[in-house]
Design a protein around this ligand. Sequence first.
Ligand SMILES: Nc1ncnc2c1ncn2[C@@H]1O[C@H](COP(=O)(O)OP(=O)(O)OP(=O)(O)O)[C@@H](O)[C@H]1O
Length: 372
Amino acid sequence: MSKIQKPATKSRNGLRVCLQQQYASTSDFSLHLDLDIPSTGVTAIFGPSGSGKTTLLRCIAGLEDRLTGNISLHDDEWLSPSSCLPPHKRPVGYVFQEANLFPHLTAKSNLEFACKRATKVTPSISYEEVIQLLNIAPILSHYPSELSGGERQRVAIARALLIQPKLLLMDEPLTALDETLKQEILPYLEKVCRQANMPILYVSHSLDEVIRLADSMIVLDKGRVIEQGNTQDLLGQLGTAFSHHQGASVVISGKVSERLEEWGLSRLEVNGQDIKIQSGEEKVGDTLRIRVQAKDVSLTLAEDEKSSILNRLKVSVDDIARDPKDQSMVLVRLLAGDTPILARITRLSAHTLDLKKGQHTIAQIKSVALLR
Ligand SMILES: Nc1ncnc2c1ncn2[C@@H]1O[C@H](COP(=O)(O)OP(=O)(O)OP(=O)(O)O)[C@@H](O)[C@H]1O
């Protein structure tokens, strides 16, 4: 195995991972990474099957032994050329695809086991807080076999938090659940992600989950990082793995400026323009994150056109790219101020509108198409 080229510089904050790993000298797969991961927030690890997502988490947790390099968290060195902290000494909470609870112990005893393993003397989250956060008080006396998949996974997340980790690793925690259970558990995950004051690495194949949960993203392919950045920036670019995805979308953040109770809508201010969305629980002043799918954005040049579409944003065309998978379609990158929006329209429409870079146009988005 060759040595890592770039020496790891120490990070004062967050997770530093600079490593090289290979399962066996005969294996085709190897992992070569050099990453700085923010000290809080969710970083999604995305990429095709076999790209090394699970291997990366296992290396960080200390579960792989054929690796060299440096891993540190907030300047605590877990791996260096001269040392390797064993897995049980790493302050890591790990949530797997399957809940992996002890089958002979009740949910409560599973959690108590985690409390005994806690890595910190002063807990950053109490037992009661975890129970409340994941709403598992009613099921504490149940054995894993008596719980639904979603309940088991909520207990598994609680167990990972009660270890009092400084880093949370989640490997496709929703994949084994059906759609209904996924929707049931997502709000809990969102709460955990928002409240946990630590870096969270979240492996997922689901663009939906990534958009809902991740602040930043790392895209792996064949053990290498091919894209990395802030979720909003990355999703708003053309020519990435995401812009070619069926569900190509951008994430837009805005402040709720008004609730239009009579119409069941809320007004969101985004760079001085209004977006109306169907009302939820949000209050005036809240910041909301909404997903706009490229397929739900249409373009028009007529400013005063009467239309049932409520959201008509003044934008400029920043770039146009052909869809490599469908020659009848193009993706248009638009800017509303500095907020990127993607529109997936036919090549014929782009031709008819004579779309060009820098051109001013109107992006129309139906309110019902906006997801949160
Ligand atoms: N124990 C092992 N021994 C040898 N090769 C392995 C081992 N575990 C995984 N691999 C190989 O390493 C590569 C990366 O696997 P890994 O599980 O990290 O991918 P992944 O991106 O998590 O995939 P998926 O999305 O399918 O879970 C694959 O080619 C896999 O076959």
